[in-house]
Design a protein around this ligand. Sequence first.
Ligand code: ADP
Length: 430
Amino acid sequence: MKQPCFIGIDLGTSGCRGICIDDVGRLLASASRPLPPSRHPQDGWSEQHPGDWWSATLEVLQELQVRTPNHQAQALSADGTSGTLVLTNRQGQPLGPGLMYDDRRATAEAELLTRLAPDQAVLHSPSSSLAKLLWLHQHEGLVPGALALHQSEWISGQLCDTGGVGDENNCLKLGYDPVQQCWPTWLNELPLPHSLFPGVLAVGMPLGRISPEITAATGLPSQCQVITGTTDSTAAALAAGLEQPGDALTSLGSTLVCKILVDQPLQSAQYGIYSHRIFGRWLAGGASNSGGAVLRQHFSDPEIRELSRNLNPERSLCLEYYPLPGPGERFPINDPGMPPRLHPVPKDKARFLQGILEGIGRIEVLAYRKLESLGAGYPVRVSTSGGGATNAYWEKLRQRLLKRPVRIAAHPQPAYGAASVARRGAYREG
Ligand code: ADP
């Protein structure tokens, strides 16, 4: 008899990855397909073709099916880049390109939203899907009956032929209120028809069985359920193993992102802090402009690896750096004009690197203290993901500064988090 398995699909910027896990969360198989690079038809624009997301998803599902001959998929769930928007008709056909999370065209619309919804930090950037939707309305006009969906919501709808249903995490950037669990009434002040906004379900809810066409195209069993998904960063937090309040995840990528699982939602427009509801708890956090982008300005990755080997995590240089790639910081210090603090520069490159890594480590402590001051509590333990997570020196240093155990994320791939959403969703239904 075939054993049950669960599939997660992660739609990233450069590729689509799928992961299959068994019913205790063991990794069974993974597969990936690259996506064509985003197009930039104008300065600040960033677009992809939804058809490319779709064909990559189908190929990944086919390969996972071939790689797990002794298992039978019970459920699948998808996550996608947060804030990536596609307009569709009621049959789910895209009406234009996908506007990617990093598309910056909707600056005027973001300003309007800052005035209209001053408390909703998540909407104050051109990367919010609501700002993008306003831009599309203003510049392209909207077809009657159009529906606004995020990347993974669209994929999920296609897989089970349900048209468009949103999930609470993705829809946060479209203005959804996850506390009241509704679209807020202030949205009526915008020149957008209410019919544009999809119905919204919590993360991990059954949407429907995969359609017969998908069974035929991928070989997946017809009883496989599609489960509502989430954003890429929430999927990454689930993959990292965050389960209990106080579990935190620091992402050491180009930027420094700190998230913590809490019982009550936190938000602060001033510091760009917001919360995603996930399985009855809240994932709260914010992003600093500091992070690996500063390291890249001065060091290659092999250089960082080599130089870090001889650094002593027990002794600090106390150079008091605040490393930023350019002026301006939002979290944990809100100062749009804040200059990078990277002086004095020691002659020895290893000491310079150490100063930067210490500086980013101190910002991480400040970030968790800021979240604590807003009611999050201080982390109990901290998982780490991103390019900086593998640096053993940095891990020990951060552990000393944070005064908490620090470990590498249990699974680095958001697709693993999406698979765990599928597993929870399948058992919830049962
Ligand atoms: P992105 O946010 O762009 O996806 P990644 O998670 O791929 O970033 O991480 C890339 C960043 O990690 C780069 O900015 C790089 O400087 C940094 N990095 C790479 N290797 C190391 C290392 N050994 N120690 C610390 N930082 C590193």
